[in-house]
Design a binder for this molecule. Structure first.
Ligand SMILES: *Cc1c(COP(=O)(O)O)cnc(C)c1O
Length: 429
């Protein structure tokens, strides 16, 4: 059973000030979960979660996580700038990029972020770009083939563009050591949204074994192992979520089995979770504005795929609660749609829901990660606001909604912009 973290009454209050649609985040849920993550890995002295900024690039959210001890994982210059601006520096920032432009490496180096190289050819590229290499560098590993778990979850690293082959990892370490790099990290991301406690321990086992071999064969000083993201959340109401305590314990067992006996018991464990840190603690709140009866029953809402792309892009399931009708029978079947001129703009297809009346608020669950941040401006649709529900029950605007003025701003030297400016002024925008 999925439960909304706000009530209809709360949303009625909030919408007096902030009209729908908006994403709302739950401070209490975010903080409690972050603490559970740190507790699960408290056995590892150097543990740090580098929150994947791309999941929810909002400074207020980032500061909440920073207060809980998190750093930031970035893969673009704007994410680096944002991390720096919220107060992170040096070892609190991981730069796990790929296909990286030179100026992004330059900036990462300038702010002292830990660089995680996606490819062996980037060693020379980095050297040409920044001159002397930093003391600490991480390399991203791709084992190729298939990655299978006992519950049937499978991913296909051999088909993914990231990371280096095993042979390249050894070559890269040797090259980097020759060039004066002193400390090393290993990183891998092998499967997405895994809803099983098995993923991290399995990945950790592979990386720990690789670390032992790399250390033995190249003499490299391995300081950290970065398990990256991929820990999932139960989007479906009947799915059981991950137990982070069990995951931490599973990683500990592998650590003690593989690393400790090799005298590598001081290696730090890093994670770069996005979805698990934020996913369940955000929701898209939208209002039913139209109902349509043709070959199927449609409910049109005031949000659309630009506010939440996952259903349109991957057919992803996002649970919907009709606020105020939490206990009503789900005896209607609807497609819930947005207004884009794209037929995939549907938040739900053939979904059993209570009877929806115009003006009802729909709480679309689990949009806290890869929700707002995957937005776009197709059809001239604007980005929504983001709100934070504080622990004390108050609501704070943490990003205002985009306006037509924002949307047109990049045209600014065209005569058309002057006309647009006039139109907006006439409409008090
Ligand atoms: C996207 C990404 C993450 C976060 O993934 P989640 O599945 O949201 O936990 C972490 N690291 C890297 C390099 C990524 O690209």
């Amino acid at each position: 059973m999925k439960k909304a973290f706000v009530t209809k009454q709360q949303i009625e209050e909030i919408t007096k000030k902030y009209p729908t649609p908006f994403h709302i985040y739950d401070e209490k849920g975010i903080v409690e979960n972050a603490r559970a993550v740190y507790k699960a890995f408290s056995w590892n002295k150097g543990f740090r979660e580098y929150f994947a900024v791309k999941a929810t690039p909002n400074p207020v959210i980032m500061q909440l996580l920073m207060k809980e001890g998190c750093g930031f994982d970035c893969s673009s210059i704007t994410e680096l700038m944002l991390s720096k601006a919220v107060g992170a520096s040096g070892s609190q920032i991981m730069f796990s990029s790929n296909d990286t432009p030179a100026e992004e490496y330059q900036y990462a180096q300038e702010i002292g972020a830990t660089i995680n190289l996606d490819d062996i050819t980037h060693i020379e590229f980095l050297e040409e770009t920044i001159g002397e290499l930093p003391e600490t560098i991480s390399c991203r590993f791709n084992p190729g083939g298939l990655f299978k778990m006992s519950n049937g979850i499978m991913d296909n690293p051999g088909d993914s563009k990231y990371g280096m082959t095993q042979g390249q990892m050894f070559d890269a370490y040797r090259m980097l050591m020759k060039k004066g790099v002193k400390h090393f990290g290993i990183h891998a991301f092998l499967a997405s949204n895994t809803v099983t406690n098995e993923y991290y321990p399995m990945l950790a086992g592979q990386l720990f074994e690789l670390a032992v071999r790399l250390h033995k064969e190249t003499g490299a000083d391995i300081r950290f192992i970065n398990l990256s993201g991929g820990v999932g959340i139960p989007y479906q109401p009947d799915q059981e979520g991950n137990d982070i305590a069990a995951i931490g314990e599973g990683v500990r067992k592998q650590y003690e089995k593989i690393l400790t006996p090799e005298g590598m018991g001081d290696v730090a464990i890093y994670t770069e979770m996005g979805r698990f840190m934020l996913g369940p603690y955000g929701a898209l709140v939208t209002k039913a504005i139209h109902e349509k009866h043709i070959y199927k029953e449609y409910i049109g809402v005031d949000a659309c795929a630009v506010n939440l792309m996952r259903p349109a892009m991957y057919g992803a399931y996002h649970h919907i609660t009709v606020l105020g009708k939490e206990n009503a029978p789900c005896d209607h079947v609807y497609d819930v749609t947005g207004s884009l001129c794209e037929n995939n703009d549907k938040f739900a297809i053939d979904r059993k829901l209570p009877r929806i009346e115009m003006g009802d608020y729909l709480f679309i669950h689990d949009t806290g990660a890869h929700g707002f941040s995957m937005g776009y401006n197709y059809n001239g649709k604007l980005w929504s606001a983001e709100l934070l529900l504080r622990k004390n029950g108050e609501t704070e605007l943490i990003r205002r909604a985009e306006t037509p003025r924002d949307y047109f701003a990049t045209f600014d030297c065209l005569p058309v912009y002057q006309k647009l400016d006039q139109i907006m002024k006439e409409r008090n925008m």
